[in-house]
Design a protein around this ligand. Sequence first.
Ligand SMILES: [Cu+2]
Length: 268
Amino acid sequence: MRILLLIIITLISFNSLANTPYDWQLGFQEPASPVMRSVLELHDFVLIMMTAITIFVLVLIIYVVIRFRKSANPNPSKRTHNALIEILWTAIPVVILIAMAIPSFKLLYQQDVIPEADMTVKVIGHQWYWEYQYPEQDDISFESYMIPDEDLEEGDVRLLTVDNKLVLPINKNIHVLVTAGDVLHSFAMPSLGVKKDAVPGRLNETWMNIEKIGIYRGQCSELCGTGHGYMPIVIEAVSHEDFAAWVTETKTKLAMNEKNTFAKAKTK
Ligand SMILES: [Cu+2]
C-alpha cells in the first residue's frame, strides 16, 4: 500500500516540478527544447524495441526449457543446421539495428548542426563557478555562484540555486560557446538536451531553443575538483520583452559596479 502511494505521489509530482530534479524521479525531466524532445523520442523508441526483444528471448528460453526438458524429450534431435532460421536470425537483427541507427544519426545531426543563431552566449567554467558573457548585448559579463545551504531562502532548491542566473529569451536559436578557464568542466542542462564539455584553450559550441518561460537547472557534468558538485547552472527563460528589459537593467548595474570599483581603486 505504501509503495503504491509512493508511486502515485511520484507520478503526480511529475508535472509540478518538471524543470528540476526531485525525490523519487523516474525518467527524464520534461523536455523544453526541440533537441530534448528528439532525445526523448529516440529513448522511448529504443526502450520499446529493447523491451520487446528481451520479452521475446525470455519467452523462447522458457518454452525451450519446458518443451525440451529431459522427461518430456528423452531422445534429443541431432540437427545442427537450419538455413532458413540462420538467415532470419542474421537478417532481423540487422534490420532492427538499421531502424535504430537512422533516428540516432538524425539526432546527432540535429544536435551538432547549429541552425542560424539569433543570439550568442559564451559560457566559461571555472573552479567552481560559471561565467556568462553576452557578446551581442554590449559584452554583458558576470559570474554565477551557488547559494550555500545556510543562505537558502524558502522555495530555493538545495545545490541548484545560484546568485546570478543565465537569463535567456524563449523561442530563439541560441548559439552557446563553451570553454573553461582552468580545468575540464561540462555545461549540462537536462531539460534542454544540452551537455557540452568545457575545455580550457578550446571553444566548443552547441545550441538550444528554449520553448517555455521558466527556470531550468543543470550542473557541471565533468569531475573538476572538490567543488564539482557546487557549481550548478540555472537558466531563467523569459519573454523577448523581459529579456530586453533585463539587458538594459544589467548593463546599468554593471556600469555602476565598474564605477564603484574605479572609485575604490582611485582612493587607495
Ligand atoms: Cu566543473
